[in-house]
Ligand binder design. Structure first.
Ligand code: NAD
Length: 370
């Protein structure tokens, strides 16, 4: 599968294969585009069925990071690392420190963070070998859990949607259905509750919902009922791929604005379906970019107040994407891809428009994180 043609198709600058038998390390670092700055993106550890699957995941995820950073206005490029292995029983200090040495060898062209299958502790082992890592604990000068900043960005993005749809930012009295009651949803619910929204929430784990209900009042519904509710806003905060042929006809909300990654099962098809149905969609990688803004802040010396302030820029970014979407009569997710490409093209980066369906969706594997 590996070829220069493949790299050209995805627009990648560099691929690094990392191997160390003693440490059990098999990893690929994909640097997609460094036009705007060093490539940033998480390290995913997953038991890939084949090296091709791992390679494809690294290529797609790193390209997605280029777009995310470009739209968020950050001076960072896109990168991703994948470690082939079972995160449940193949992790060790030796593995992550060895991996850290490979990252260090890139001299700052790639900055890593946690992702599916890796956590703060793993990043701290990486940190022992290289400064080019983010997402470490607050105790070690890092930014810790990005969820408060991500959730704030989603809340701000939702307000931009409300302004577009109803002419006012206010979410007071609005009925909002939240799918998932995890870290992100917990903080998001607090903002919405404080503003007087009526919250409907679901999770497949009852304990998660109970935790949210400790700080906010909300109506609890069963996981499958969330799509059918007569609400104003549907906010996916759990899984990817839930905006699909089956669910779009069920959604009554006028706005979809949530933090989950890769919400559209097929970017092109389902972006168009939402446009035709008149549902305003806040592109996921735009309104959840608070997580990236948070780790980007860590590079400059972390301050949560500054990260929160920067996350407010999501409001204007979302508004501008809606403007492009209306002017060009294109789905909002395509409009945000174009916005990213325009920014990159201005300083000599990507010039071709990638087909929307292939830009961000990583359907080869059924999990998503930041
Ligand atoms: P999390 O694991 O804390 O929460 C996800 C929740 O979704 C869990 O409680 C899980 O039980 C629930 N869930 C899974 N399947 C479900 C279903 N079918 N119906 C209802 N609930 C279901 O993760 P998180 O950090 O809150 O992230 C949520 C989403 O946002 C993920 O897609 C993640 O990639 C994305 N995201 C998060 C951040 C962040 O800073 N936390 C940043 C960017 C993107």
């Amino acid at each position: 599968m590996l070829s220069f043609e493949l790299l050209e198709k995805f627009g990648h600058e560099q691929l690094v294969f990392c191997s160390n038998k003693e440490a059990g390390l098999k990893a690929i670092i994909a640097i997609h585009d460094t036009t705007l700055g060093p490539a940033i993106g998480g390290t995913r550890m997953w038991n890939y069925r084949s090296m091709d699957d791992a390679l494809l995941d690294a290529l797609r995820l790193s390209r997605g990071m280029t777009y995310k950073a470009a739209v968020a206005g950050l001076n960072l490029g896109g990168g991703t690392a994948v470690i082939i292995g079972d995160s449940a029983n193949q992790k060790s200090e030796f593995l992550f420190r060895t991996f850290g040495k490979f990252i260090d060898g890139l001299g700052g062209r790639y900055i890593t963070a946690e992702d599916v299958g890796t956590d703060v502790r793993d990043m701290e082992f990486v940190r022992m070998e290289t400064p080019y890592v983010t997402g470490i604990s607050k105790a070690l000068g890092g930014s810790g859990d990005p969820s408060p900043v991500t959730a704030y960005g989603v809340y701000i993005g939702m307000k931009a949607c409300a302004h577009e749809k109803w002419g006012s930012d206010s979410l007071r009295g609005r009925k909002i259905a939240i799918q998932g009651a995890g870290q992100l949803a917990r903080y998001l619910c607090e903002h919405l509750y404080n503003e007087g929204a009526e919250i409907y929430i679901t999770d497949i784990i009852d304990e998660k919902v109970k935790r949210v209900l400790e700080t906010v009042k909300a109506f609890v519904v069963k996981p499958d009922e969330i799509y059918d509710l007569d609400v104003d806003i549907f906010s996916p905060c759990a899984l990817g791929g839930i905006i699909n042929d089956e669910n779009v006809p069920r959604i009554k909300a006028e706005i979809i604005a949530g933090g989950a990654n890769n919400q559209l099962e097929d970017d092109e098809k389902h972006g168009n379906m939402l446009l035709e149905k008149g549902i305003l969609y806040a592109p996921d990688y735009v309104i959840n970019s608070g997580g990236l803004i948070n780790v980007a802040n860590e590079i400059e010396g972390y301050r949560q107040d500054r990260a929160m302030k920067q996350a407010e820029s999501i409001y204007e970014i979302v508004r501008e994407i809606f403007k492009i979407s209306k002017q060009q009569s294109i789905p909002t997710n395509t409009a945000s891809n174009r916005k990213a490409e325009d920014r990159l093209a201005k300083i000599g980066g990507i010039t071709q428009i990638y087909s929307a369906s292939k830009s961000h969706n990583s359907r080869s594997v059924e999990y998503q994180k930041r």
